[in-house]
Design a protein around this ligand. Structure first.
Ligand SMILES: Nc1nc2c(c(=O)[nH]1)N[C@H]1C(S)=C(S)[C@@H](COP(=O)(O)OP(=O)(O)OC[C@H]3O[C@@H](n4cnc5c(N)ncnc54)[C@H](O)[C@@H]3O)O[C@H]1N2
Ligand code: MOO
Length: 458
């Protein structure tokens, strides 16, 4: 694993990072003491409670395996999806469903690479009256001893020997053109087909459609591209205690996941077709799941075993197959992945907001990537600047900021807290037992941290 995604030139950003760190690490400060890994220290938010995952470890899936199961499920379903034809302006971020093959030679005609004169034979030259601009047709041919004014990108007349750059040419008092220095044959002419010939493969099937690919496709003659469609996702927000506006009151709290998940899912390449708030109504949940046309349904809350935790019973009634039922990860251990009877998938995110993020990155991200046939990002590691307490049996995901060559763990990383993740660049994967200061940890990038907020929300 290699380091990447670090911010080397931080001078301008240092203030921001310090501010972010102060806000999310205040009070407690950093643990700057000697490296130590407190054995079996419970993860924040679980003090005094026996681990449910521990109790049910016979069926909880180890964290790395859970990601692999989700990716496998996505690949199998992705292979059955039909490619679509999309206009260039709708194709950003999708994956090519067919090789990009040139529809023309590029350049498609012999082209001037400079502003100056097209010249034929040795100078001095008689200059023809007309000139040729890009997009215009000039004289078909030049006779020996003739020159014509030409602009960059304009078509070269037949029998042109070279293009003489304007700064290398001088007109004498009789209007004859002299060169200094003389252009060599072929100089500053881009010959037809220099970049590719009609039919050449420019990019393979499976390439991600980046802005540069859109440019290349347009240059090569494309108006539409064959692409793997965005996975369609429907979000079902469960919980009677949720408010959609105003301040929390009387035991009611604001829905943090309704606003957070749709843009995050879009940043992961999904098309969010609907966000529905269903309360704690098992029948409504069953109806919504069975009638959804989405490739992936994401539910929030209701994954545990409480009296109104309806996700498991509804999945049982729908005869869904639980591919992952609990993961040995903190936060987020009650997360689940199910395959519905008709082959669509459902990811159940726990209701605690950081636990939901954990489920999103553990199950939804690999599944969506594979459904879109996008290659999984190369894993990478960075040393942790400070020691991180571990869970005795489970992996922990901890919000970090990337600073120089290190990942700085943030506090406020409890399952119900978003304060740490809101300031973070990535989540660090902390193995069971914890990590020492300086220990390398795998990092899961947040989609906006590397690409910028505008770049990833297409
Ligand atoms: N007896 C046990 N109880 C719980 C265990 C356990 O092991 N044994 N695990 C705890 C853990 S860990 C989690 S995580 C939660 C998961 O529970 P659910 O998925 O059933 O989620 P809810 O009970 O519906 O909600 C949990 C918590 O999150 C708040 N919430 C829910 N939705 C939202 C939202 N959209 N925005 C903001 N906050 C939300 C909800 O009010 C609860 O406070 O189970 C524990 N229990
Ligand atoms: O550990 Mo839970 O899954 O609160 O987040």
């Amino acid at each position: 694993m290699t380091a990447r995604g670090t911010r080397e030139d931080r001078d301008a950003d240092d203030l921001d990072v310090e501010e972010a760190l102060a806000l999310v690490n205040d009070g407690n400060g950093f643990d700057r003491g000697p490296a130590r890994v407190p054995a079996a220290a419970p993860a924040e938010g679980h003090e005094g409670r026996r681990s449910r995952a521990h109790d049910t470890s016979h069926r909880a899936t180890p964290w790395p395996e859970a990601r692999a199961v989700a990716a496998r499920a996505g690949r199998a379903a992705g292979a059955r999806r039909t490619p679509v034809s999309v206009t260039l302006d709708a194709a950003l971020g999708l994956v090519l469903a067919a090789p990009l093959t040139a529809l023309t030679d590029l350049p498609s005609f012999d082209t001037s690479a400079m502003d100056g004169w097209a010249v034929a034979g040795p100078g001095p030259w008689d200059v023809r009256d007309e000139g040729v601009l890009a997009g215009q047709t000039g004289p078909d041919t030049l006779a020996d001893g003739e020159a014509v004014r030409i602009a960059t990108g304009a078509r070269i007349p037949a029998d042109t020997t070279a293009v003489l750059r304007s700064e290398h040419g001088r007109l004498d008092e009789k209007g004859r053109l002299h060169a200094s220095p003389e252009p060599s044959p072929g100089q500053d002419i881009r010959p037809r087909g220099q970049e590719c010939r009609n039919g050449d493969q420019l990019l393979p099937n499976g390439a991600v459609i980046t802005p540069a690919v859109l440019g290349l496709a347009a240059a090569a003659g494309y108006d539409t591209l064959a692409a793997v469609p965005r996975p369609r996702v429907e979000v079902l927000v469960l919980g009677d205690e949720l408010l959609i506006e105003g301040r929390p009151h009387d035991g009611l709290i604001r829905d943090a996941l309704g606003p957070m998940l749709p843009p995050w899912l879009r940043a992961l390449g999904a098309e969010v077709v609907a966000v529905r708030r269903l309360g704690d109504d098992a029948k409504a949940l069953q109806r919504a799941v069975s009638s959804s046309l989405a490739d992936l349904i994401v539910t929030t809350g209701g994954t545990a075993g409480g009296p109104v935790d309806h996700v498991h019973p509804v999945l049982r009634r729908l005869e869904a197959e639980l591919l992952v039922d609990g993961v040995t990860v903190r936060p987020g251990h009650p997360m689940l992945l199910a395959r519905l009877a008709d082959g669509r998938h459902l990811v159940g995110l726990p209701g605690n907001p950081l636990a939901a993020v954990s489920g999103l990155l553990t199950l939804a991200e690999p599944l969506l990537g594979a459904l879109a046939t996008r290659a999984a990002p190369e894993p990478y590691t960075l040393p942790l600047r400070d020691a991180v307490h571990g869970h005795p049996y489970d992996t922990r995901l901890i919000p970090v900021v990337l600073r120089g060559d290190a990942a700085v763990p943030l506090h406020y990383n409890g399952p119900a807290m978003l304060r740490g993740i809101a300031a973070a660049d990535a989540l660090a994967v902390v193995p069971p037992g914890g990590a020492r200061a300086g220990q390398e940890a795998e990092l899961l990038d947040l989609p906006w941290a590397a690409a910028g907020i505008g770049a990833c929300f297409t």
